[in-house]
Design a protein around this ligand. Sequence first.
Ligand code: PHE
Length: 328
Amino acid sequence: MTSQNDIIKALEADLVQASNEHAIAQVKSKYLGNNSFISEQLRLLPGLAPEEKAQKGKELNILKNQIEHAITEAREQLLSSQQFPIKDISLPGQRFKQPYGHMHPASRVLQETYKIFSDLGFAVVDSGEIETDWYNFEALNMPETHPAREMQDTFYIKNNGKLDVLPRTHTSGMQVRFMEANKPPFKIIVPGRVFRNEDEDVTHIWAFHQIEGLVVGEGVSMAQLKGTLLHVVQGILGPEADIRFRPSYFPYTEPSVELDCRYKGQWLELGGAGMINPVVLQNGGIDPEKYTGFAFGWGAERIAAIKYGLDDLRELWRPRFEFLEQFV
Ligand code: PHE
């Protein structure tokens, strides 16, 4: 006669093979259905002697429970493997397809720039993008009729026919603001967005970022200005980079220079700089007899373009991921 153990073993083997609901139902009918061993045996029970009947009945019940239990378990396993498909962890790995985020090239250059200036003891100062006519122009020695205003193509906002506030054309508006609120000596940089009413081309965009620098103290010199700028430019572009000054004109610095940098054999214009005009120090409440200072302002996009070899500045602010993904 078939032993109970044999039946359980055969059942388990059948269940391993049963890979779907239907196959499990077939196994169930094989072991518990009308023609199953269990049903056959149960049908024989009434003909047995009372003691044997009790003994046999008990055994058959236990076996039936075991079979039912094994089938229920197989069913649950099938269900959970459908919900969580089993992965073959021995297969070779696949690169994660989702693109990772990364820093925008302009932001990366900004971060590096902040770090280099901070290491030199400069504080990074916040500022607003809307400026008054006074701080953007007048306080910087550019009265309303001054021709130097023409140097910057301003988006004017006229209030009652009078110039009042404007989207700042440069970060230099922070010079007098900061002088008014702080006593020298100080060394700061002011990064921020500025706006110019000009046609865009490969080297001009109407909204861009500048980094303004302002240093005021006793005996601050032009040599320090050049040394500072050289150190920072080399920090960003590497020791082979160089800078040069070309004579220029800004009403708020005297003398004024244009700052160029040489990188990979090419000279490129980066921004303007100079020794702070005594008139500006006075407007900021600082005694020009006692203190001197330097200021500079350069384009953040320009230095990013130089560093990454971009020939069109406009690409930086276009939402073109294929372009930006080069800078991972
Ligand atoms: N504000 C000037 C510009 O936007 C740059 C500059 C800053 C020049 C500070 C001198 C001193 O071009």
